[in-house]
Design a protein around this ligand. Structure first.
Ligand code: C5P
Length: 240
C-alpha cells in the first residue's frame, strides 16, 4: 500500500476472481477454472497469488452456479490464509463480477477484478494496480496493458482499411484495480443503461471516470483455447 500518514488507515482490499465461465472454447468437460494446470485447478493459481499479497483482506470467487461446491473444494484444498468466499456467478462475466461485488463489505476501499483465465499474473502486478488507485492521488481504476509490438490494421472483412498508430494502443489484462465506490457506481449505471463490457475498466471509461494504464506482463496470458492450455501446461511445469 502507499505510504500512510499518522492516523491514516490503509483501505481494505478485496479481490474478485471471475471464474464462472463455461470454458466452451476450451472444449473441456469441466468449467475452465477447474481444468487442471500443473496439477492444480486453474483457479487455484490466481487464488494463491492474490492471497500472497499483504494488502489483500478478502477474496471472492464467482463460480459457475453448477460448480459452487467444487470451487469451494479447491479453495479449501489451497489452505489460503486470506478469507475467501465463493458465490454463484451470472450469465456473463459482468454479471458474475456484479454478484461477487454484492458480498464485498461496503467499507472496503479497493476492489481488484481478476479473471481465473489468467493464472500467471504475478503478485507484483496485483500490487502495481492496487498502488495506482491507492491514496489521495490514486486513479479511479488501473488496468495493466501490453503495448502491441505488431503493426495493427483495421479490417472490414478481409479488406484492410487503415493502419492504427500502435502508440495509442494497449492490450488490456487483469488484474484491474478500482476504488470500490467507483466500481459499484459503474456497474450500477451499466446495469441501468444496458451497457455490456468485456472488462470492468470499460464500465468506468464509459462513465467518464479516470482509468490509468500500468505496465502489464507478457507472461500474463489468457487461456481460451486448447492450444493456450497446452502452452500453459508447459509453463506451469517449468518447461522451456
Ligand atoms: O470466457 P472468457 O475466458 O473470456 O472469460 C473471462 C473470465 O470471465 C474467465 O475467467 C471466466 O471464468 C469469467 N466468466 C465469469 N462468468 C461468466 C463468463 C465468464 O466469471 N458468465
Amino acid at each position: 500500500m502507499g505510504e500512510l500518514r499518522d492516523g491514516e488507515r490503509a483501505p481494505a482490499v478485496a479481490v474478485i476472481v471471475a471464474a464462472a465461465g463455461s470454458g466452451e472454447r476450451l472444449g473441456a468437460s469441466l468449467p475452465k477454472a477447474l481444468v487442471p494446470l500443473g496439477g492444480r485447478p486453474m483457479v487455484t493459481l490466481s487464488l494463491v497469488t492474490a492471497a500472497s499479497c499483504d494488502a489483500v483482506d478478502l477474496i471472492v470467487v464467482a463460480a459457475p452456479p453448477s460448480h459452487v461446491s467444487a470451487i469451494r473444494g479447491s479453495v479449501e484444498a489451497a489452505a489460503l490464509h486470506t478469507p475467501t468466499e465463493v458465490v454463484g456467478g451470472g450469465a456473463s462475466r459482468q454479471d458474475s463480477v456484479r454478484l461477487a461485488l454484492e458480498v464485498v463489505p461496503s467499507d472496503f476501499g479497493i476492489v481488484v477484478c481478476h479473471d481465473a483465465a489468467r493464472p500467471f499474473a504475478s503478485r507484483d502486478l496485483f500490487e502495481r494496480v492496487i498502488g495506482a488507485v491507492d491514496g489521495p492521488d490514486g486513479a479511479d481504476g488501473a488496468v495493466p496493458v501490453i503495448r502491441p509490438p505488431d503493426t495493427v490494421k483495421q479490417l472490414d472483412g478481409d479488406a484492410v482499411g487503415r493502419t492504427i498508430p500502435r502508440e495509442s494502443l494497449g492490450l488490456a489484462q487483469t488484474p484491474q484495480a478500482f476504488r470500490a465506490g467507483r466500481l459499484r457506481e459503474a456497474h450500477a449505471s451499466a446495469a441501468r443503461d444496458g451497457i455490456e463490457a468485456t472488462d470492468d475498466a470499460m464500465l468506468l471509461e464509459v462513465a467518464g471516470m479516470a482509468v490509468v494504464a500500468v505496465p502489464g506482463e507478457a507472461a500474463n496470458v489468457k487461456i481460451t483455447t486448447q492450444e493456450d492450455l497446452e502452452r500453459a501446461e508447459r509453463i506451469a511445469e517449468g518447461a522451456p
